[in-house]
Ligand binder design. Structure first.
Ligand code: NDP
Length: 448
């Protein structure tokens, strides 16, 4: 029996075992804070050491990736795959290509993925991977050579029943296609080993849109719970990648007005709202031309704030969709002062812990990424199903399923997260609901 499962004791052990992995510490702390009290009320999880096991990845693979640039120089990057937990299904989670990628970031993402994938209700375990490779400024040929070199090693560790990676920051349709091609060439198998594939070779309709759409739906569910809706709300969105762009699109479908988007150089503030035509321009600018948002400001004559984040813009709803730790305490104070009523995370862990506390104390609706951005992995799960049965479902059918999954996740959060005063603590709800399914499976397997 455990003598001490206090949060402090648990966290100090975790920090000792995972030195300097600050993002991983932050992600675990956020979960442990709500799950440890639940474990103490349900001692079967405590005796079986479930939280200790869940915070240790099944395995971590680190490898060298060597490729040649267009000038004939040999380049070396570091590749990773963290296979976190396969208690409820094969490992599943994205690949990130970004210079900031390190083990701490991938462990935080893999850990979060455990809860997120559990919340979807689909049989998918959790993993995350990537490389410290920066696709920005590289030619298509360089990206192709990098992806082929990366997959040459990764292919030994993945498989359609073992581990099914997808995209994340810096890994979109182009990168997935190069990697899928290389896997197919090496194994001579055409299997659903990656998701986020193009429609011509096993991809699913609405996978591209799913994370962003799901996030907009989740916010709408939170508002519905309060007898409100997205209609007529002024919305601030950060990022201008896969998640942000389709979150903005769905907000518009739901009747909201999106006034900002950002990239790593700054943000645009378009008071009139980013309508369908403007959004189509940005999608082309960011995904085809790989340009900068400042070009939008020049074209449409709106304000552009170099090097700034959009949280000071007056809004009803905020959707952080760029990257981790992009919304800090000062940003939370600005949102509260501006009477924002809800924050829903499209990105993973975009809000720092102190900012989350402020938002919750001010009784804002606050949805953590592991619940609100689960739509992407959910449709990835549906892509796997379509690949297995060798069928392709229609957009309408998939979007209905996505909406249903987001509603179910929302309701799980409500049932585990409702507090005595009626406030819904979505962090607690998502953590405990995600935890129980994985924990029960681990208990059933015995000690391993
Ligand atoms: P993309 O690479 O498509 O877009 C990322 C966006 O964030 C870009 O606009 C980028 O700007 C901006 N960005 C990246 N780093 C920073 C930074 N340090 N500061 C400010 N802006 C930054 O990634 P995704 O849209 O796929 O992912 C965004 C977030 O959503 C990530 O946290 C990811 O883990 C999470 N997520 C993604 C899912 C998916 O299906 N893709 C699923 C679930 C979560 P720039 O154009 O300048 O690079």
């Amino acid at each position: 029996m455990y003598a001490d499962l206090s949060l402090d004791h648990f966290m100090s052990g975790l920090k000792k075992r995972n030195i300097n992995e600050t993002e991983f510490h932050q992600a675990v702390y956020e979960v442990a804070e709500s799950v440890i009290p639940y474990i103490l009320e349900n001692s079967k999880y405590q005796y079986a050491g479930i939280i200790e096991r869940m915070t240790e990845p099944d395995r971590t693979i680190i490898f060298r990736v060597v490729w040649e640039d267009d000038d004939g120089h040999v380049r070396v990057n570091r590749g990773y795959r963290v296979q976190f937990n396969n208690a409820i299904g094969p490992y599943k989670g994205g690949l990130r290509f970004h210079p900031s990628v390190n083990l701490s970031i991938l462990k935080f993402l893999g850990f979060e993925q455990t809860f997120k994938n559990s919340l979807t209700g689909l049989p998918i375990g959790a993993g995350k991977g990537g490389a410290d490779f920066n696709p920005k400024g590289k030619s298509d040929a360089e990206v192709m050579r990098f992806c082929q070199a990366f997959m040459t090693e990764l292919s030994h560790h993945i498989g359609h029943d073992t581990d099914i990676p997808a995209g994340d920051i810096g890994v979109g349709a182009r990168e997935i296609s190069y990697m899928f091609g290389q896997y197919k060439r090496m194994t001579r198998e055409f299997t659903g080993v990656l998701t986020g594939k193009s429609l011509e070779f096993g991809g699913s309709l609405i996978r591209t849109e799913a994370t962003g759409y799901g996030n907009a739906y989740f916010m709408d569910e939170m508002l519905k719970q309060q007898g409100d809706s997205t209609k007529g709300k002024v919305c601030v969105v950060s990022g201008s990648g896969n998640v942000a762009l389709y979150c903005a699109e769905k907000i518009r479908h739901l009747g909201g007005k999106v006034v900002t988007l950002s990239d790593s150089s700054g943000f645009i503030y378009d008071k009139d709202g980013i309508d369908e035509a403007k959004l189509a321009y940005i999608i082309d600018l960011k995904t085809v031309k790989r340009g900068r948002l400042s070009e939008y400001a020049e074209k449409y004559g709106c304000e552009y704030f170099e090097g700034k984040r959009p949280w000071g813009v007056k809004c009803d709803l905020a959707y952080p969709c760029a990257t981790q730790n992009e919304l800090d305490e000062d940003d939370a104070k600005l949102l509260i002062a501006n009477n924002c009523i809800g924050v829903s995370e499209g990105a993973n862990m975009p809000t720092v812990i102190k900012a989350i506390k402020l938002l919750q104390e001010a009784k804002l609706l606050y949805a953590p990424g592991k619940a609100a951005n689960a739509g992407g992995v959910a449709v990835s799960g549906l892509e796997m199903t379509q690949n297995s049965i060798r069928m392709a479902w229609s957009s309408e059918e998939l979007e209905n399923r996505l909406r249903e999954i987001m509603t179910t996740i929302h309701n799980k959060c409500v049932s585990y997260g409702k507090e005595e005063d009626g406030y819904i603590n979505y962090v607690k709800g998502a953590n405990v609901a995600g935890f129980t399914k994985v924990a029960d499976a681990m208990l059933a397997y015995g000690i391993m």
